[in-house]
Design a binder for this molecule. Structure first.
Ligand code: KG4
Ligand code: ZN
Length: 358
């Protein structure tokens, strides 16, 4: 409800439908403003790739310190772009407009020191603005990237969540209602991309580096194994990484482009086959991709083609929504706030948080 200002003019109110999201679980400092869980009013992502590249991977302490330096500028930018001031209220003094009514932040899984920065910042804003704080599971957040961009998505959907730390097949009936159908028994798909890229000297982050190198290579030149294909809905990628290392050890003259293309083809084959198996054996009406690896071009093309052949609806979030961002956290926060209410202010970071059971 609008209050009365000193001069009797109606003050704009805060609206719980307008959520500020904060994401600092790994190496992106991200802040976004999302309305109604769907409409992105701003989404700022400050990548730390430049800081970590020379080490070949994310250095936790550097990540935490960089989040601390970048979080306030990122938040200011997100607020301005959404037409809001530093109090999260509409910039224009007159006219209609509503302010931020809740603050959501990733509470896990992720790097402890990195998570603490975002959680502390979000709680401080929630206290200062007197609005609810909502803690979001980062993995659950990734699922909302699809819903955020395509409200018309047909549920239940089978979502393949493929990120740097996780590879999970989830049946999603609706916000908050999930069933895990399969997951990796060892390395995540993104982790395999990162490790193989590092081994080949292609740089960090590994996924985009492999995808680039693979464009110059022949995907059928090396027959790498397709681990656990035809063996249920769980995944395994650590043996595939070992197969790459062994092959290159025996054939030192092989081109990195051929190895990258053949490795990528093996990962894509396994991911697509299991995603389609999961969709075929569940009640799913559509299929979605989520997580950083979902930005991979050959994976997107293969999923789209397989779903078209199987007559399944498919939704592929834009690449920037696949990789870490805060819009998905704000969107998840909106749904969670409606279903479960605010998160207690003494909630901590949960670096090893698991995917939430439905
Ligand atoms: O979801 P995300 O941004 O962060 C985590 O929650 O982990 O995923 C990062 C992962 C990294 O392993 C990165 O190499 C991979 O996603 N990735 C890709 C591509 N872009 C990012 N993997 C394959 N192809 C890509 N184009
Ligand atoms: Zn992620």
């Amino acid at each position: 409800m609008s209050g009365e200002g000193p001069a009797g003019r109606a003050r704009p109110a805060r609206d719980p439908e307008i959520v500020l999201g904060v994401e600092t679980s790994c190496d992106e400092t991200a802040v976004a403003v999302v309305e109604g869980g769907r409409t992105i009013r701003s989404s700022i992502v400050s990548s730390q790739v430049d800081l970590h590249a020379r080490y070949g991977g994310v250095v936790p302490e550097i990540a935490g310190r960089a989040h601390l330096e970048r979080i306030v500028p990122a938040a200011r930018e997100a607020l301005r772009e959404a037409g809001l001031d530093d109090r999260g209220m509409p910039l224009a003094a007159s006219g209609p407009g509503r302010g931020i009514g809740a603050v959501a932040a990733t509470v896990g899984p992720g790097l402890a020191g990195a998570l603490l920065v975002g959680i502390s910042f979000a709680k401080a804003l929630a206290l200062a603005w007197q609005v609810p704080f909502v803690g979001v599971n980062h993995l659950e957040g990734h699922l909302y990237a699809s819903l955020l961009e395509d409200p018309g998505i047909e549920l239940p959907a089978v979502v393949l969540l493929v990120s740097g730390g996780h590879t999970i097949l989830v049946e999603m009936d609706g916000p908050g209602s999930y069933e895990v159908l399969g997951e990796t028994v060892d390395d995540a798909a993104g982790e395999a991309f990162d490790k193989v890229a590092r081994f080949l000297g292609l740089g960090y982050p590994g996924g985009p580096a492999i995808e680039r190198a693979a464009r110059e290579g022949d995907a059928s030149s090396i027959a790498f194994p397709r681990p656990m294909l035809g063996e249920g809905l769980d995944f395994s990628f650590s043996g595939l990484k070992t197969a790459v290392v062994t092959y290159v050890g025996k054939h030192p003259e092989v081109s990195s482009a051929d190895v990258a293309a053949s490795f990528q083809a093996a990962v894509v084959d396994v991911l697509v086959a299991k995603l389609l198996d999961a969709a075929g054996t569940s009640r799913a009406r559509s299929v979605c991709l989520a997580g950083g690896v979902a930005a991979n071009g050959p994976l997107r093309e293969a999923v789209a083609a397989a779903c078209a052949a199987a007559g399944l609806g498919v939704y592929l979030p834009s690449r920037s929504m696949c990789t870490d961002n805060a819009a998905m956290i704000a969107s998840a926060g909106h749904h969670l706030l409606g279903r479960r209410g605010p998160t207690p202010m003494d909630a901590g970071a949960e670096p090893s948080m698991r995917f939430p059971a439905g």
